[in-house]
Write a protein that binds this ligand. Sequence first.
Ligand SMILES: O=C(O)c1ccc[n+]([C@@H]2O[C@H](COP(=O)([O-])O)[C@@H](O)[C@H]2O)c1
Ligand SMILES: Cc1cc2nc[nH]c2cc1C
Length: 363
Amino acid sequence: MLFPVSWTNPPALPSAHFLELAMQRQNTLTKPAGSLGQLEAIATQLASMQGSELPTADKIHISIFAGDHGVCAEAISAYPQAVTAQMIANFASGGAAISVLAKLLGATLEVINLGTVTDTPDLPSVINARIAPSTRNFVEIDAMTSQQVTKAIHFGDEAAQRAARAGCHLFIGGEMGIGNTTSAAAIACALLNKNPIRLAGPGTGLDSAGVRHKAEVIIRALQRHNDDQTPMAVLKAFGGFEIAALAGAIAGCAARGIPVLIDGFIVSVAALIAVSEQPDIRAWLLFSHRSAEPGHQAILDALKATPLLDMGMRLGEGSGAAVAVPLIRAACALHNNMASFDSAGVNVGQNDAPQSGATNRND
Ligand SMILES: O=C(O)c1ccc[n+]([C@@H]2O[C@H](COP(=O)([O-])O)[C@@H](O)[C@H]2O)c1
Ligand SMILES: Cc1cc2nc[nH]c2cc1C
C-alpha cells in the first residue's frame, strides 16, 4: 500500500495575499492598533488559510481516533485498557466530554475505531477502521508493522477527506487510547533527543513512583529502537494507531487547505511527526491549549507554538481544542463585524495613525 499524496507531498502555503488584506482590515477597525492582541492574529491567520478576507469557524469537524497500546503490558497507565473500548461506546452515545462540547459548538463528531483489545459491537455511528486489537509492546518489538503505519495514515487522510467534503472551516483531531501518553512521550524523546525523565508524566493519573517507572520503560525502549530516528521509523517503533492516524489527518487537512486546531499532548506529538515529515504543514496549525502533562511544553517549543489557553486540562479527546473554539469564533466575529474608523465616523489624528499590531503567537 502506498502513502496518500498528502503524506508524500508538501502542502501549498496559506495565502500571503489574504493575510495582507486581513491585516489591513484589522488596522481600519475602531480600536487602537493591536489592542485585540492574540484575537487579531487568529483572525488574520485564519483568513490567510481560508483564502478569504473574512474568516469563519462556523463548521467544525471533529474526528476522534481510538486504539489500544501493547505497551500497557508494562503497567504504565492508571486505568485498564478496557476503558478505550468503553469510551468508544460513550463517544457514540453522547456521554463523553467531547460529545457534550461538540453538541454545544454545533460541530460534526465522528469516532474512528482503529482497534481495541476488548472488542466493541459495531455501532452505526462509529467508523470501523480496525487495524489490529492493539499495537505491540514497543519495549520488545516495533509497535507497528510498516503496513499498519500506512493503513493508519490512510484512515487519517480519509477523515480529512470527509472534513473537506463537508466544507468544514476548522478541523479538530482528538484521541482515546489507554497508554498513549507513553507512546507519545517515547516519540517526542526520540525525535527531539530528550530525556524520558523530563517528558514522562502522570497521563491519566500515575503517582510519582508510577511516572518514574514509566520513564524507565521509555528509556529501555529507546535503547532498543536507537538505529533509525526518521519520523516514520520512530512512529513505527512506538505507535500508536491513533497517533499515526492523527498525523495522517493533519497532513491531509493541510493538503486540502483546512486549518487544524491542535489539542493537547498526544495530538501535538502527532503534529510533530507530520511537521517533521513536511515542515510546511506547520503553517496550517493553530494551537488550542497547554496540557497539564508536563512534557507538552517541550513539544510546543519544538513547534514554536504558544497555545491560546492554559486550563490545567489533560483529558484528550480533542476537548481542549473544542473549549478554544468560542475564542476563535469571537476573533472572527470582531474581525468581520466591527465598524471601521471611516464608517463609524471616528477620527484618528495624523500622529495616531493605526499601525499593524497583529502579532502571531502561534508562529
Ligand atoms: O491530551 C492530553 O494532553 C492528555 C494528557 C493525559 C492523558 N490524556 C488521555 O489519557 C489517555 C492516556 O493516558 P495514559 O495514562 O493511559 O497514558 C488517553 O486516552 C488520552 O486521551 C490526554
Ligand atoms: C475515563 C477516561 C476518559 C478518557 N478520555 C480520554 N482519555 C480518557 C481516559 C479515561 C480513563
